[in-house]
Write a protein that binds this ligand. Sequence first.
Ligand code: CUA
Length: 393
Amino acid sequence: MLERTHRWRHAVITAAGVVAAAVVLASCGNSTGPKNDQNALRPAGPYANKILDLTKPFFWIAVVIGLAVVVATIYVAMRFREKPGEERAPTQTHGNTRLEVAWTIVPALILAVMAVPTIATVFDLAKKPAAATSIHVTVTARQWWWQFTYTDPNNGVETANELHIPVGVDIALTLQGPPPGSCPGPSCYQNGVIHSFWVPALNGKKDVVPGRHQFLKLKASKPGTYLGQCAEYCGLSHADMRLRVVAQSPADYQAWVQSQLKPLTPKALAKFDEYNKAWTCLACHSDEPKVAGAVGPNLTHLADRTKFAAEVYALGYDNLRRWIFNAPSMKAMEENPKDPLKPKVGMPNFSNVGMSQQQADEIARFLLCNTATDPNTNAMFSSQLQAAGQPGC
Ligand code: CUA
């Protein structure tokens, strides 16, 4: 009777295990994975393809070895287990030279074979593309956003979090921490932590190490938006340090570059100056093309971007007005209770230093109406503002 309950319990546990394994494995059912735009199994360019080409055979080699080990373990456990009514010590053996040599040499051979394409891929991906046919962008990892400076061809476009690239062209990235002197004071030092740049559809990840210049190349084979994010823990808002790569036709890309080089209108610049006098926006940001903000994104063409705060919030009136009023309530920042205007890291909480929500609303409206280069974008924000009971642009 006792024997029977035991057997039943075994059967139930085995069945539960099989069901659980089936459920887990079902999530891998689609070999190309979920459509979440951040997926190394859906490469969109030659470098990510190269990595996937390496991953696939290695995965199956691992499956075969894993299964062989599991099956052998189960076989040995069943075959040599102590049977009921049997009371004997197993045969004692010590050492087996042939077996030991075999299980040393066979794995070494397998690893040696796998090393050949691995090393070839590592060297391929580290090869710098010809400068004449590629576009060079310096990526500065900040806490917690990405600064993109287009340095070659030397057009100097300064943008944040949204990297525009032409399809079919090699993009050579230099990844760096905040360069010394780019931002004075302790906040600069605190901006200098290790991050990792990763756009899974376009290439593998690469650490961004302060004081070093790391190389990474990207290439997209078809137009599209490819999402990425920081892949190395870098403090409070690590999870909110995202980015997107917008791959466009070469003509669209050129048009984008030209749009980003347009300065603000003199009227807009004068207004910006007014806001700067009140809130020192330009101590961190910049309102001129080609000029990097000291610690914050260049805002000249903020309204051309689809999101802000490192791709965390959709760019729109309601999000932006709340952000300007009290950014740390929307994204974790390191505030400085002694001087809220000089946070340790991140955008200050302006509601703490006398800004009213109405004043924040006005700045949000100003930015949305004056920093877009596309008239359609302007019209979109105009109707958004009117829907919120504000005058349009
Ligand atoms: Cu930057 Cu994590």
